[in-house]
Design a protein around this ligand. Structure first.
Ligand SMILES: NC(=O)c1ccc[n+]([C@@H]2O[C@H](COP(=O)([O-])OP(=O)(O)OC[C@H]3O[C@@H](n4cnc5c(N)ncnc54)[C@H](OP(=O)(O)O)[C@@H]3O)[C@@H](O)[C@H]2O)c1
Length: 287
């Protein structure tokens, strides 16, 4: 999702772009990765690829570290040799969720392997003088590599259309959601502005619980939000511990202004309506 949006935003702003999808390069094949990136000799590398399935990472810690941490070290080496800037996309899951708000200066303390493998990637990127880290959360948006995107709103739409059953959603985990094109647009503005922070929190504007986001999505499409059942995270049998409150916030004034221009609510409504239409077409359902 993020790669598709960043590549599109960069291309539409007149930059020359080379995307390297998973089907062409596995990050763990460091020789191939070096060769493919050096063929292009980029000025900027946007390192978006990661093993993002939280439960899978927990159950396959070695693979999580290989993809999220070790491959990031290779990416830093490549950027250093090529004198390129490197932007590493990271996550709210580097925090433990015990605070109300999380700023760039807040102390990370991941609760799970996904978070710790990404935090190690952050540390490696931060140690490189042309390295930048963007933390984001709750990403949604299209994928342009022919694969279907996985995100919260798509899952809600799909469960809504599947049958008439109640849909349980946690109401005590609060987060900012991020429309991938918002994230890409803000990233490009930071690149072009010439003073890209070393570490920055970038999301769309607005916070809510996951239940609140689901309710907003359904109501924006005039669907029955009464089917949603708010539940506490203690009542859900999560296989992997997750931060309860991962509200990312920025303490960088220019970034706060940038985020304010990218409201989440409208983007959720537009994206949700597109996904519903797509799913209905796939299932042959008429409105
Ligand atoms: N999604 C979120 O809510 C969220 C929140 C916070 C931070 N982030 C961060 O944002 C970045 C982008 O994530 P996203 O939301 O765009 O998720 P995504 O749509 O799942 O994209 C992740 C990409 O990484 C690729 N990938 C996985 N393992 C790989 C490997 N070994 N070699 C090469 N490519 C590999 C995946 O390919 P396949 O699908 O083909 O495996 C996929 O294209 C990640 O760094 C993630 O940690 C995401």
């Amino acid at each position: 999702m993020v790669a598709s949006a960043v590549a599109s935003a960069a291309f539409s702003r007149g930059h020359e772009v080379q995307a390297l999808p998973h089907g062409e390069v596995d990050l763990r094949d460091s020789a191939l990765l070096r060769r493919r990136v050096s063929e292009f000799r980029p000025d900027w590398i946007f390192h978006t690829a990661a093993l993002t399935k939280v439960d899978y990472c927990q159950e396959n810690p070695r693979e999580a570290v290989e993809v999220n941490t070790i491959a990031t070290k290779v990416m830093v080496d490549i950027a250093e040799k090529m004198m390129a800037n490197l932007v590493f996309f990271s996550t709210d899951y580097v925090f433990d969720g015990s605070q109300h708000l999380w700023y760039e200066s807040s102390r990370p303390c991941p609760l799970n392997i996904y978070g710790s493998s990404k935090l190690e990637g952050e540390i490696l990127t931060g140690g490189f003088f042309r390295g930048h880290v963007i933390r984001t959360s709750g990403v949604f948006g299209e994928r342009l590599d022919g694969k279907q995107e996985r995100n919260f709103f798509r899952a809600i739409a799909s469960r809504y259309l599947e049958n008439d059953a109640a849909i349980k959603v946690v109401n005590d985990q609060t987060t900012a959601v991020t429309y991938a094109p918002h994230l890409a647009n803000m990233t490009m503005q930071l690149v072009e502005g010439g003073s890209f922070p070393k570490l920055v929190h970038l999301t769309s504007q607005g916070y809510d619980s996951w239940y609140g986001w689901a309710k907003h999505a359904l109501e924006s499409a005039c669907l029955d939000s009464g089917r949603l059942v708010p539940v506490s995270s203690d009542s859900v049998d999560f296989r992997t511990p997750r931060p309860r409150n991962s509200r990312l916030n920025s303490e960088i004034p220019e970034v706060v202004s940038l985020i304010a221009l990218h409201p989440a609510q409208q983007a959720v409504a537009e994206y949700f309506s597109k996904v519903l239409q797509q799913l209905r077409e796939e299932a042959g359902i008429r409105e």
